[in-house]
Design a protein around this ligand. Sequence first.
Ligand SMILES: Nc1ncnc2c1ncn2[C@@H]1O[C@H](COP(=O)(O)OP(=O)(O)OP(=O)(O)O)[C@@H](O)[C@H]1O
Ligand SMILES: [Mg+2]
Length: 249
Amino acid sequence: MPEADIVQLHDGAEPNPARLIAKLENVVFAARSRKLVDGLTFSLRNNGITTIMGPNGAGKSLALRLLARLLLPMDGYVHECGLAARDIALVFQKPVMLRRSVKGNLIHALKLHGVNRRERPERLAELLRMADLEHLSSSPARLLSGGEQQRLALVRALAAQPRLLLLDEPTASLDPQATQAIEKLVMQASNNGTKIVLVTHDIGQARRLAFDVVFLHQGFAHEHSPAETFFTEPQSLEAMAYLKGELLV
Ligand SMILES: Nc1ncnc2c1ncn2[C@@H]1O[C@H](COP(=O)(O)OP(=O)(O)OP(=O)(O)O)[C@@H](O)[C@H]1O
Ligand SMILES: [Mg+2]
């Protein structure tokens, strides 16, 4: 058993009045004796979308996997505030589609989530409409374009009505229209009360969506600031360099 554990954290542990959803505390994760995440600490609160930014290899995807409990920390803690594993969903950068139709993928997700047979058609129709995929509902999911697959992956994750939705670069390599469609879905989910954590390299997107920004570099959070100030007055030298396009891992 690793020393570290997943701990339930109760409200009121910190002064910020917004409700605490989860917290990483001094988390360490290593592979092949290299520390990939080293003393990672940040909190997630229910007041808007949190973006995680940082250069390639900074540990952003690892941070999402740690939050989703797909990886266990070797030291430190992942606190979750009253969240069960089923309340957390992670959408990977390259979504994995089941070898079924679009509809089949969504029905599978609804079944897994325990939605009963009678309610499924209505929920399915709603998800297809949200993703604007009604016209492709019978197509094999694996043949969809990148943007269509991203939209499907997002509504498939939403089928489980997660309380914490972790999105790893959901619009990387998508055109502006597809990006806008994803951003709209993300904002809708956030407005409906799902806590969203979004990894992105797209500064414009982070400016449009983020309430706060966690900036990672070399497996460590160098800054966690409100979006209002992050882009104009970053507090850390690392974030400053990244925003100027100067920071390399
Ligand atoms: N299972 C693993 N074994 C060894 N090294 C790993 C493993 N997973 C990730 N890494 C390394 O850990 C570092 C952080 O990886 P991570 O995928 O979290 O980066 P990232 O910030 O998401 O980068 P990107 O912007 O390129 O997606 C990288 O140097 C990566 O090569
Ligand atoms: Mg990544």
